[in-house]
Write a protein that binds this ligand. Structure first.
Ligand SMILES: O=C[C@H](O)COP(=O)(O)O
Length: 252
């Protein structure tokens, strides 16, 4: 079976968004018509405080909801943490794990990220596993080796490949306005696909590999039409419905 999944454009709101921002979610839902739905899947990952209300707004719009992180355990004495089961209970179907901001700000290791990805699968969520090199690592010619090591360390060893999403996010491109060239993106995504094949065999074609890092409407076509790029993980440009929809529109 080799049905190709729709590309996925996921918005990661990070630590942005108050009640007033819910209007943007309504506006995305309003612009996501049946023709666009056929071509591209949309997901929005708001802060945890908005999940429940976002879920109600998205019901019926066929836009997926995602969490930005989860704890590896289903419940317990872990003040301030949220489990994958809680995300699913709030209506989520995706969870981002291993974002570079969590790797850097919270010292998350590949092993912990693998545990979080497994927690997501346990709860019925699709984990979006983030990988990416720093500027110094790229300049030293180590970008592929770093990303491959992150994949080897943080991907669940046994998983249905179509339940997994990988997001390649060069750390230096995040929020900077800088992006790799389409050729650099093509090379890295091909390397990631090859690594997925090593892990999951030919079924790895069903794993979507997103590009993330300063994606906006103006550069989306150039970055996302590259081979092995199956969508985008969008930060800043996902905060306004108009820009987010314009990125999705490249698939229409
Ligand atoms: O998760 C999203 C990425 O970190 C990209 O963020 P950005 O689009 O603001 O560069």
């Amino acid at each position: 079976m080799s049905s190709t999944p729709r590309p996925l454009v996921a918005g990661n709101w990070k630590m942005h968004g108050l009640s007033a921002s819910l209007g943007e979610i309504e506006a995305v839902a309003g612009g996501y018509d049946a023709a666009l739905r056929e071509k591209v899947e949309l997901a929005i990952c708001p802060p945890a405080t908005l999940l429940e209300r976002a879920s109600r707004l998205l019901a019926g719009a066929e836009i997926a909801l995602g969490g930005q992180d989860c704890h590896e355990r289903p419940s317990g004495a872990h003040t301030g943490d949220i489990s994958a089961e809680m995300l699913a209970d709030a209506g989520a179907s995706y969870v981002i794990v291993g974002h570079s901001e969590r790797r850097a700000d919270h010292g998350e290791s590949d092993a912990l990220i693998r545990a979080k990805a497994l927690a997501g699968l346990r709860a019925g969520l699709s984990p979006i596993v983030c990988v990416g090199e720093t500027r110094a690592e790229r300049d030293a010619g180590r970008a592929s080796a770093i990303v491959e090591a992150q994949l080897d360390g943080s991907l669940p060893r046994r998983a249905a490949p179509d339940k997994l999403v990988v997001a390649y996010e060069p750390v230096w491109a995040i929020g900077s306005g800088l992006t790799p060239t389409p050729l650099d993106v093509a090379e890295m995504h091909a390397a990631i696909r090859a690594r997925l094949v090593i892990h999951f065999g030919t079924g790895a074609a069903a794993t979507r590999i997103l590009y993330g890092g300063s994606v906006k409407a103006a550069n989306a076509a150039e970055l996302l039409r590259v081979k092995n790029v199956d969508g985008a993980l969008v930060g800043g440009a996902s905060l306004t419905a108009k820009e987010f929809l314009e990125i999705a529109e490249i698939y229409r």
